[in-house]
Design a protein around this ligand. Structure first.
Ligand SMILES: Cc1cc2nc3c(=O)[nH]c(=O)nc-3n(C[C@H](O)[C@H](O)[C@H](O)COP(=O)(O)OP(=O)(O)OC[C@H]3O[C@@H](n4cnc5c(N)ncnc54)[C@H](O)[C@@H]3O)c2cc1C
Length: 309
């Protein structure tokens, strides 16, 4: 119930205005977001790389209905990738992109514009010597996102895609995307989805995650295990071992600000541990999804609201 309400609120302009104007929100947002500026992102990225972690940077934004804004987001990624190249961080840092931020939902030619903007970002990443991963949004975008990914992979075979274990279709998608050289980030899924397309309970989603992980670990691709769940992390390690995978043939991924000690432990063991690092002004949707994932985050937020002033 609570999760559904928060996920619905994540798309409500009215709630957004209230939450964004509430002063203590910003202190809490800082836990999950590097800051609003490119410099904030580069500094946080540098700090993470210095501790043996790798990074994927997300210029926050989603659901753009404006072509100029979509092009502006592509440009922001180009600046980011130039900065990563110039600071020598590109070896340890790639970028994650939401297609809805670069035009996928535009009423006219949305998919085509998103493809072209994503292509600009891929070209900048190739120039910087790093990679791009396409985030996955709600299930209405899955076919479109995977089809754009297939097109981009013709020129940029290193392009990563995200698959969400809670979707009933994902085990089959994993079979297609477990091919050689294919980078696949497997996460549980963060959106409110109907039962017709997605498993609903934690146990069902966890079992689906393990089934999908089995396919990816047995395949020829490069699995990216995106989870904070101790059970999933343990099972991923075991599956990698059973499939004779070396540590450089898969990686772990977690979100900035969540389980940092575990991130450091996995990195110290010699694993690639990549941190998803968001930055920018459009933090609202991302922040609300983080609240929805964990009641303790919400309690913290509500306590701050109750004690304001
Ligand atoms: C690198 C990365 C990229 C992602 N990209 C996408 C994407 O493109 N599309 C998409 O739909 N989803 C994405 N997600 C989010 C993902 O789908 C889940 O919603 C999120 O990771 C929580 O699931 P979990 O696997 O950590 O397991 P859960 O069962 O939700 O959590 C397991 C444990 O992790 C900790 N934890 C989890 N979430 C939080 C939190 N918010 N705050 C504090 N502790 C927490 C808690 O200790 C919890 O008990 C991504 C996640 C990661 C790590």
């Amino acid at each position: 119930m609570l999760r559904s309400a928060l996920l619905a609120a994540s798309r409500s302009p009215q709630v957004r205005t209230v939450v964004e104007k509430f002063p203590p929100t910003h202190a809490i947002v800082e836990r999950f977001v590097a800051g609003e500026l490119l410099d904030d992102a580069v500094t946080a990225c540098d700090d993470l790389v210095a501790t043996g972690r790798t990074v994927t940077l997300d210029h926050l934004g989603e659901d753009t209905k404006d072509a100029a804004q979509a092009a502006g987001t592509a440009e922001a990624y180009e600046h980011l990738l130039t900065a990563l190249k110039d600071t020598g961080l590109a070896a340890g840092a790639e970028v994650s992109v939401k297609l809805s931020a670069v035009g996928q939902f535009l009423p006219v030619d949305g998919e085509k514009i998103a493809l072209e903007n994503a292509r600009r970002i891929c070209a900048a990443a190739a120039d910087a010597g790093t990679t791009v991963t396409l985030d996955m949004e709600d299930h209405t975008t899955t076919d479109s996102t995977l089809s754009i990914a297939r097109e981009l992979r013709a020129d940029y075979p290193w392009l990563g895609v995200v698959l969400q274990a809670y979707l009933r279709r994902t085990e089959e998608d994993c079979k297609e995307f477990a091919a050689e050289g294919s980078r696949v980030r497997l996460c549980k899924g963060a959106y409110k989805e109907p039962e017709s397309v997605a498993f609903q309970g934690k146990r069902e989603v966890d079992l689906a995650y393990v089934r999908a992980l089995k396919v990816l670990m047995a395949g020829q691709g490069y699995p990216m295990v995106a989870s904070h769940d101790p059970n999933m992390i343990k099972i991923a390690g075991q599956l990698a071992e059973w499939n004779g995978r070396k540590r450089d043939s898969f990686e772990y991924q977690m979100l900035y600000g969540i389980r940092p000690e575990e991130q450091l432990r996995l990195a110290a063991e010699g694993n690639t541990m990549r941190v998803y690092l968001p930055y920018g002004q459009e933090w609202y949707g991302y922040f609300m999804r983080r609240l929805a994932e964990r009641p303790a985050n919400l309690t913290f937020f509500l306590r701050a609201m109750a004690t304001r002033g």
